[in-house]
Ligand binder design. Structure first.
Ligand code: GTP
Ligand code: MG
Length: 353
C-alpha cells in the first residue's frame, strides 16, 4: 500500500506540526512514512523542512515552485520515498493552497502516475479560525477558508486540545452540516489525540477526485489570494562574548517584528523563526497575527554561542516595506544581543507598494 496525500489549510493551521506528529505516529504503528514541505522561495532551506529534520522526521522539501505545477518533480520525489520503503507520504502546499484539489490531485491523475494511490485530500482548520468563520467575522479570510474547506475530502480540526469536548463536538457537527460531502475529525498534534483516526483515514480511504463548485475567478477570492508577500532569510548569528539565551533572542525578535509590521499597517498571518546550534539543540518561535501572542513551541535546552537562523514569513505588507522592516529589526535586535551576523540567503517577492 503506497499512498500520497496533500495537507492544505490556512497559514498557521498546524499543517507542518500535524505532518510531523503523523509521521512519528504512523512510522511507530503502521509503516515508514515521510513528509514534503513545499514553498515558493528559490534556493532556500525552508524553516518547516529544517524543523522536521531537527525533530528526526523523514523529511524532504520542494522549493521554487508549487507542487500544483511541477508534477514530474513531485512524482520523482514520491517514487524515491516509496522505493525507500515509505507507505505514506504527505505534502503541504504553498500560500493558501486553494486549487490544489484540481491542480495536484486531478493533475496527477491526468499525468497517469502509477505505483501509488491518492489518499483523501486533507484540509486543516484551527479552532480560532473556525470560530471566526462560524460567526461570520472572518472577513476576507472567510472567503479563503470556505474555498479550502469546500475542496476537502477530509476536514481536520487541528489544535483540538484547545477546545473542551462539547465545543469540539459542536465544531465537528457544524463542519459536517456546512460541508456535507466531506468527512471530519479532530486532532491535537500537542497531545496525540486523533492521530490514529487520521492515520487510518489516510491508509484506508481513497481520494474522491470530485470537482468542488468553486468559482476560482471570483474577484474576492482572487484579491485575497493575491494579498501575500513571501519572505525567506537565512543567516548565522555568533555571540561575541560568553553565551546567550537563544529562546529569548527568538522571542524578542518575533515581538519586535510584530510591532514593526503592525506600526506599518501590515498583517502577518504567519512568521516562523527557527534557530539551531551545531549540536542540534534548537528553538522555534511563531507569530500568527499581530493580535496574537508569540508561540514558542520549542525552546533551547542550553545557552548558545553560535546559531543558524531561518526566518520565513507570509505577510500582508508590500514586499519592499517588509524587506526593510525585517532587515532593520533583525539588525537592531541582534545588536542588543551582541550578535555578529552573516547573511547566507535571502529571497522575497509579492505585493507591490
Ligand atoms: N496548541 C497547539 N498548537 C499547535 C498544534 N499544532 C500546531 N500548533 C502551533 O501552531 C503554530 C503553527 O503551526 P504550523 O504547523 O507551523 O502551521 P502551518 O499550517 O504549517 O503553517 P504554514 O506553514 O505557515 O502554512 C505553531 O506555533 C505550532 O506549534 C496543536 O496541536 N496544539
Ligand atoms: Mg507549515
Amino acid at each position: 500500500m503506497k499512498k500520497f496525500a496533500v495537507f492544505s489549510g490556512f497559514l498557521g493551521a498546524g499543517k507542518t506540526t500535524a505532518m510531523m506528529a503523523l509521521i512519528d505516529y504512523y512510522s511507530a504503528h503502521y509503516a515508514k512514512a515521510a513528509m514534503i514541505s513545499n514553498d515558493l522561495g528559490t534556493g532556500v532551506t525552508l524553516a518547516d523542512h529544517r524543523l522536521a529534520q531537527l525533530r528526526g522526521c523523514e523529511a524532504f522539501q520542494i522549493t521554487g515552485e508549487c507542487i500544483c505545477f511541477c508534477h514530474d518533480v513531485l512524482i520523482e520525489r514520491l517514487n524515491a520515498c516509496f522505493d525507500d520503503g515509505c507507505e505514506l507520504v504527505v505534502s503541504d502546499i504553498p500560500g493558501f493552497g486553494v486549487g490544489a484539489q484540481e491542480h495536484v490531485y486531478h493533475g496527477l491523475s491526468e499525468n497517469r502516475f502509477d505505483g501509488f494511490s491518492l489518499a483523501p485530500f486533507t484540509v486543516l482548520i484551527e479552532p480560532r479560525n473556525l470560530a471566526l468563520l462560524r460567526s461570520g467575522q472572518a472577513g476576507e479570510m472567510g472567503t479563503i477558508l470556505d474555498a479550502q474547506l469546500r475542496e476537502a475530502d477530509l476536514i481536520v480540526l487541528s489544535k483540538c486540545e484547545l477546545l473542551d469536548a462539547g465545543e469540539r463536538d459542536a465544531a465537528l457537527q457544524w463542519l459536517a452540516e456546512r460541508y456535507p460531502r466531506t468527512e471530519q475529525l479532530a486532532i491535537s498534534a500537542a497531545t496525540g489525540l486523533g492521530l490514529d483516526a487520521l492515520s487510518r483515514a489516510l491508509r484506508e480511504e481513497a481520494a474522491s477526485l470530485r470537482r468542488p463548485e468553486i468559482d476560482y475567478d471570483d474577484a474576492d477570492l482572487q484579491n485575497a489570494m493575491d494579498s501575500l508577500s513571501e519572505y525567506y532569510l537565512q543567516y548565522r548569528a555568533v555571540v561575541c562574548c560568553n553565551s546567550f539565551d537563544g529562546s529569548a533572542y527568538l522571542l524578542t525578535l518575533a515581538e519586535a517584528l510584530r510591532s514593526a509590521i503592525q506600526d506599518a499597517g501590515g498583517e502577518i498571518p504567519h512568521l516562523k523563526l527557527l534557530a539551531w546550534g551545531p549540536e542540534g539543540d534548537y528553538g522555534k518561535a511563531d507569530l500568527l497575527g499581530t493580535d496574537r501572542p508569540i508561540e514558542l513551541p520549542h525552546r533551547f535546552t542550553e545557552p548558545c554561542t553560535d546559531l543558524a537562523v531561518i526566518l520565513n514569513a507570509s505577510a500582508v505588507c508590500p514586499d519592499e516595506t517588509l524587506d526593510r522592516l525585517i532587515g532593520e529589526t533583525v539588525k537592531a535586535v541582534s545588536e542588543r544581543f551582541q550578535l555578529e551576523l552573516t547573511l547566507f540567503r535571502k529571497d522575497h517577492f509579492g505585493l507591490g507598494e
